[in-house]
Design a protein around this ligand. Structure first.
Ligand SMILES: NC(=O)c1ccc[n+]([C@@H]2O[C@H](COP(=O)([O-])OP(=O)(O)OC[C@H]3O[C@@H](n4cnc5c(N)ncnc54)[C@H](O)[C@@H]3O)[C@@H](O)[C@H]2O)c1
Length: 383
């Protein structure tokens, strides 16, 4: 085995996503397993160069993990010809500027979603990347979760017959921050700082629906700011100016209807923090992050509506668990591996900046639908 090094500038690694999922669970996990076996006699060794604004935080993080390279000077890192890839997990509002610079510097790009604040900005990034001829990828981690991989397996195996509808329920209670700390950053609740649940979650719903069931062709959304006052990381009260709940209906190519509730203001009475129920003519499934349960038409009970008599059967017990049948890796790491193979071996990869732009488009149209109180068509985007 020969070792080939790929140097990755990682910006925003002191944040929630950048640290846990991308640095620790993906890049450092790859190093712990001895690198990525490329299958051609070569092992790819990812070498992170940590980038951020706060020197002490970066130094502490690097020391904790035995890393030696970190910098607060993004321009200098981008000017370094030995750096191959620029990765971005910064706050959303800082993303376009950094990605634009990195593309201009000729780096390959891997980035968190949403890629930009609006569709025009997202498409511009995709255009710049294509013109420069660099490789680019956008995080679409939900596709690589065990629950959704099992759902995909059911679809590919023809389990559902015609798929009629998808109902998604996402959410949990995010503490206001006064008597218990909030478990999400405060910028998520300020529209002026790139916050809001539509901007955060609609990009995920776009690729989940698109890849599993069909492209979204129209959106109807209603949004709310149910909790208008929250407390920030310093314990100071602030006005929550962004939506904290969104109720969306999506028409899909092929005819299925999806309805997804997204909320940071609900308490969980589900098995998982997100669940999708898919109803088809031949069977139904409920998929979460990890699990997936099914009910075939042959095992479907025949309830009769009669509120005068108590329920005599446990409907939830009538579903069957789909077995793993394989080992599932962390979803973020699985997508990193595919991106690194794309960069080094030129293997196909379609979760790119154009795919990221479709997510931004759905968020933009979702917010506009809510503001105008009407259903909006979702035109196909291209460069
Ligand atoms: N794929 C997913 O499931 C998923 C989940 C959550 C968040 N995200 C995305 O990841 C990105 C980061 O989200 P997070 O929850 O980790 O946020 P976070 O607030 O925890 O981290 C933000 C990071 O950006 C840095 N930063 C750079 N410029 C900043 C500025 N001007 N103000 C404040 N911080 C700045 C911070 O230092 C920190 O490292 C967002 O774009 C978000 O949409 C993706």
């Amino acid at each position: 085995m020969t070792r080939r090094t790929v140097r990755i500038a990682m910006n925003g690694v002191t944040g929630r996503m950048g640290y846990r999922q991308h640095l620790v669970r993906s890049i450092l996990a790859l190093r712990e397993q001895g690198g990525l076996n490329l299958g051609n006699g070569e092992t790819l060794w990812p070498e992170p160069v940590l980038v951020g604004r706060r020197e002490h935080a970066l130094r502490a993080l690097a020391e904790r993990h035995g890393l030696t390279e970190w910098s607060t000077d993004l321009d200098a890192v981008l000017a370094d010809d030995t750096v191959d890839i620029y990765f971005d997990a910064q706050v959303t509002s800082a993303r376009v500027d950094a990605l634009t610079k990195a593309i201009a510097a000729g780096k390959h790009i891997y980035t968190e979603k949403p890629t930009a604040a609006d569709l025009a900005g997202a498409l511009e990034l995709a255009r710049l990347a294509e013109e420069k001829g660099i490789k680019h990828g956008v995080v679409q981690d939900k596709l690589f979760l065990p629950g959704l991989l099992k759902l995909k397996r059911l679809i590919d195996g023809g389990f559902f017959g015609e798929i009629l509808s998808v109902r998604g329920e996402f959410g949990y209670w995010v503490f206001e921050g006064d008597w218990q700390d909030a478990q999400r950053p405060s910028w998520n609740y300020r529209a002026e700082d790139g916050g809001g649940i539509v901007v955060d979650m609609f990009p995920h719903w776009e690729y989940v629906l698109h890849e599993l069931f069909g492209r979204v062709t129209s959106v109807t959304a209603h949004v709310a700011t149910h909790v208008p006052r929250r407390w920030d990381e310093q314990g100071k009260p602030y006005a929550a100016t962004a939506d904290d709940a969104a109720y969306g209906i999506f028409q899909l190519e092929g005819g299925a209807i999806a309805q997804i509730n997204s909320s940071w203001t609900v308490r969980v009475n589900r098995d998982e923090l997100v669940e999708f129920q898919v109803d088809g003519v031949h069977g139904s499934a409920v998929a979460g992050l990890r699990g997936c349960r099914v009910q075939h038409r042959s095992a479907t009970p025949k309830p009769v509506w009669n509120p005068d008599i108590p329920v005599t059967e446990s409907f939830r017990d009538q579903w069957q668990e789909v077995p793993d049948n394989t080992e599932f890796d962390n979803g973020f790491k699985a997508q990193w591996e595919l991106f690194l193979r794309h960069v080094t071996l030129g293997e196909p990869y379609h979760w790119d900046l154009l795919a990221g732009a479709r997510g931004v488009q759905l968020a933009e149209l979702g917010l506009r639908s809510a503001a105008e109180g009407r259903r909006l068509d979702v035109p196909e985007v291209s460069l």
